[in-house]
Design a protein around this ligand. Sequence first.
Ligand code: NAD
Ligand code: UFG
Length: 330
Amino acid sequence: MNILVLGGAGYIGSHTAKELIKAGHNTIIADSLVTGYKNAIPEQAKFYKGDLRDFDFLDNLFSSEKIDAVIHFAAFSLVGESVTDPLKYYDNNLCGTKVLLDAMVKHGIDKIVFSSTAATYGEPENIPILESDKTCPTNPYGETKLAMEKMFKWTAAAHGMRYVSLRYFNACGADESGEIGEAHNPESHLIPLILQVPNGKREYISIFGTDYDTPDGTCIRDYIHVTDLAQAHILAVEYLAKGGESDIFNLGNGVGYSVREVIETAREVTGHPIPAVEMSRRAGDPARLVASSEKARSILGWKPVHDSLSEIIASAWKWHKNHPNGYNEK
Ligand code: NAD
Ligand code: UFG
């Protein structure tokens, strides 16, 4: 298939592009490089630099390339920033997606897979979380992703499109080659921040909250390897190509690890003592987020393979150790 990867220069997009190419799909990337990196783009992919919110850019791209399906990663995703600057998130994530849908409707492109998030649930009522559970985001980032899902639902119904929304839990790890990996600036995610300590870029890791109602008092999350996420996108596109109905799927391992357990595993993997300092809670963090991914397993046939935390951290360490400055090598 000819697949457009919007946001394919970013962390999850670049890993997905790499797996799409391996699976034999003709892969075209569009990205403004606002948070992504040209060096993350596989050389076999054709690259168009431009902004999702620019209708003429997408119109020209869809006129030049015959696109069978779109995979849409392009968004802002810093939860804290979304609270202080919500309109930045509504503008890029929601208005950008509206422009994309306008262009897809104009060109008759009827299949899209896009990045949603566990943040659509807010404080979960049940663990593990099912797709049918209540969605009540606690920040503008999650609100924009939930609004995107609804915009797809109504637009698909009106214009004969089909979509798959993938609600990722905690994306982490890196491609086995060690050539691409996670590079957010600023970084806010636990595993890359922990690995900055053995890399000599940070003296200690902060533990945000030790008084949660969990066995060791720290937050529990479901860590899912980025290559397993990439495979789920390929399965989702193939599902739509075979005529599958629009649907929403959680993507996680179904196993939760506490912040302390993640730090301890990183100590074992790196052989570094990684000092940790206990701090107060970070605003808006739910105590536990663990996915039920039974639906993705049964309908898409998805099966995460990199499901051990030490394997996930070892893959991240292989990337960070050799690229301490991410793609901005000095
Ligand atoms: P990222 O910032 O590394 O990648 C996003 C890419 O989109 C970047 O290359 C950026 O340049 C591009 N982009 C952003 N706005 C654009 C625009 N207007 N026009 C063109 N390109 C634009 O982020 P990521 O961690 O790879 O996340 C990818 C997607 O997955 C996002 O939609 C995010 O909300 C979602 N998500 C991520 C996580 C996670 O743990 N990283 C968890 C849940 C959901
Ligand atoms: N944490 C620390 N110290 C740090 C960084 C993080 O203790 O220096 C803790 C956080 O408080 C949280 C856990 O580590 O308990 C994981 O934090 P991350 O920032 O790595 O990930 P989140 O669970 O906050 O975020 C993830 C996705 C978001 C999504 C969110 C849904 O990355 O895209 O889940 O709540 F919005």
